[in-house]
Write a protein that binds this ligand. Structure first.
Ligand code: AMP
Length: 608
């Protein structure tokens, strides 16, 4: 039987799993980590870096390092979310030819599916290294609240990465699959999924016979850990401006260091009550003096800064329960998914809302990939007992006369599905109709999102209301929409698969597929030569080189001396690990080396 991998393509981290001997397992990457940062960078020498290695150099190469591409995938350039990202991201986001979003790295413009494909390709290679053979098929997960364009663009990413994406499934549904796999009891569960960039809540009925039925789903594709980080960054930037009159946002390297530090502080505060954000030599002032940023941050203050974000998720939970027609006490299990659910405030609020303690039995970072692998297995088995019934997260319809929105498929309808409605002409002798395909919950068309449009021509000339056009919407099991319109008298037809927002033509995708293939070959060859030891040695050499300059700059400052002492300790420990051949521990130590190298570069770069 052909191997199908399950990939959780996350905003912050990605994870790949496979079913082996009937059991789903997560596959660790070369460094031994079970999740890989969803980051891509192009170095000055034009080399592509993906995952941990991209993350490590993000501060010194901030302009050419992409993170959180998932927040941009399948979106339109002029959407508010994209415009916010343009302001907040250290990398350059530009407008694509189809009002889509593109990313510029080292002078080359990439589409977002192409960037995501680089991550998927990395996940494919991780699986191939582990399995010892090539892998062609995958199930990829997306947030339940992803719209048609975002799903289609994710599928394009898979194609570019050389994968046959046999199914796109929703993340909370995948989590429920992994949770319910092998269990024999009927249960109604809520999956609360708060990741790096998106929030989803789904209510499912799991039957002991293997039927997983989603009852309702809701979410926000622009609410996640990144927003929590931004609140901390904002607070740090404001307080630094009050103290020194300097806006740190204007310095890309400082912004990237702030981002790293904010995320680190947020994660630490899930385990401890108090932490410190410590960024030596963050910037220099007009007199060319180095300035440091040092702030204490307590858990209560973090909670104050982010409480409204958590409350927004709770309101969405309330809404989805209402749509499911269920009371809280009918939910028998609450499953927490996504790295952000480690935050105590999130756990407290979810527990308070559902009036029950969330389930402890699933790993929030791995459960989605495990579920995708299980679904992959079920789709390739001849006689699988597992049935997955998901729903559409948005109402779909068309614009009708007067600017109103006429619904064809209401939200939370089980997919795959197909619905038709007959419309009549609105003018005498009307020979063409323009079909505007939309999704959203407003009765006014302009408040909903336009997915695509097409024109049905050649209608017979007749008085108003006499020509009948049948419009049919179909949603397949991936949640992807296609629409057909038919003149009932002549049989004349037009149809589209709503692909416009992916912004890529078939030719473009084909070119990207071959480029990605070439890269895979080159990458495999260089893999042998590289490795954790080389990474560490390179960083050690760079730090060593910078020591004399740094010492000169910080002469006379206690703070600087401490930093230098710490740096020596980091280097010595790494050397000892190389000598002892302790590669797992060395990969951990590389993060500390990278932080030291960044700090040193900051010092000599800013105060010279
Ligand atoms: P995911 O998309 O599920 O990988 O979740 C990633 C998000 O979870 C990022 O915003 C991380 O900063 C956040 N995260 C990971 N670990 C923790 C933690 N211990 N406490 C708070 N947030 C965390």
């Amino acid at each position: 039987m052909e191997t199908v991998i399950g990939i959780d393509l996350g905003t912050t981290n990605s994870c790949v799993a496979v079913v082996e001997g009937g059991q789903p397992v997560v596959i660790a990457n070369r460094g031994g980590y079970k999740t890989t940062p969803s980051m891509v960078a192009i170095t000055e020498a034009g080399k592509r870096l993906v995952g941990h290695i991209a993350k490590r150099q993000a501060v010194t190469n901030a302009e050419h390092t992409v993170f959180a591409a998932k927040r941009l995938i399948g979106r339109k350039w002029d959407s508010q979310q994209v415009q916010n990202a343009v302001t907040n991201c250290p990398y350059t986001i530009v407008k694509g030819p189809h009002n889509d979003v593109r990313i510029q790295l080292r002078g080359k413009v990439y589409s977002v599916p192409e960037v995501s494909a680089m991550i998927l390709q990395e996940m494919k290679m991780i699986a191939e290294d582990y399995l010892g053979h090539s892998v062609e098929k995958a199930v990829i997960t997306v947030p339940a609240y992803f719209n048609d364009g975002q799903r289609q663009a994710t599928k394009d990413s898979g194609r570019i990465a050389g994968l046959d994406v046999i199914r796109i499934i929703n993340e909370p549904t995948a989590a429920a699959l992994a949770y319910g796999f092998g269990k024999t009891q009927d249960k109604t569960v809520a999956v609360y999924d708060l990741g790096g960039g998106t929030f989803d809540i789904s209510i499912l009925e799991i039957s002991g016979t293997g039927v997983f039925k989603v009852v309702s789903t809701a979410g926000d594709t622009f609410l996640g850990g990144e927003d929590f980080d931004l609140r901390i960054i904002q607070w740090l930037v404001d307080s630094f401006r009050d103290e020194h009159g300097i806006d740190l946002r204007e310095d890309r390297m400082a912004l990237q260091r702030l981002k790293d530090a904010a995320e680190k502080a947020k994660c630490e505060l899930s385990a401890v009550e108090q932490t410190e954000v410590n960024l030596p030599f963050i910037i220099s002032n007009a007199r060319n003096e180095a300035l440091h940023l040092q702030r204490a941050l307590g858990r209560p203050q973090l909670e104050e800064l982010t409480r409204d974000l958590v409350e927004r998720t709770v309101q969405t939970c309330e809404q989805t329960l209402e749509e499911a027609g269920l009371d809280k006490d009918e939910i028998e299990e609450v499953i927490l998914v996504g790295g952000m659910t480690r935050m105590p405030l999130v756990q407290r609020c979810v527990e308070k809302f559902f009036e029950r303690e969330p389930s402890k039995g699933v790993h929030p970072d791995e459960v989605v990939a495990l579920g995708a692998a299980i679904q992959g297995m079920a789709l390739t088995q001849e006689q699988s007992e597992m049935i997955l019934l998901d729903v559409t997260p948005h109402t779909l319809g068309i614009m009708v006369v007067g600017g109103y929105f006429e619904e064809l498929i209401p939200l939370n309808t089980t997919v795959p599905t197909s619905r038709s409605k007959v419309f009549t002409t609105v003018r005498d002798n009307q020979t063409a109709v323009k079909i505007l395909v939309m999704q959203g919950e407003s009765h006014r068309a302009d408040e909903n999102e336009l997915l695509g449009e097409f024109i049905l021509t050649g209608l017979r000339k007749a008085p108003i209301g006499q020509v009948e056009v049948e419009v049919t919407f179909e949603i397949n099991a991936d949640g992807i929409v296609s629409v057909h319109a038919k003149d009932l008298e002549t049989g004349q037809q037009q149809s589209i698969t709503v692909t416009a927002t992916s912004g890529l033509t078939v030719d473009e995708i084909q070119n990207m597929v071959s480029e990605a293939k070439d890269f895979a070959v080159a990458r495999r060859q260089s893999d042998e030569a590289e490795g954790v030891t080389q990474d560490a040695q390179k960083l050690i050499a760079q730090i060593e080189q910078l020591f004399p300059e740094v010492e000169q700059v910080v002469a006379g400052s206690d703070f600087g001396r401490d930093a230098i002492e710490k740096a020596r300790g980091v280097v010595e420990k790494a050397r000892a690990l190389i000598k002892a051949g302790k590669l797992d521990e060395l990969s951990e130590q590389i993060d500390a080396l990278a932080r030291t190298q960044r700090m040193f570069k900051g010092v000599v770069g800013k105060v010279s």
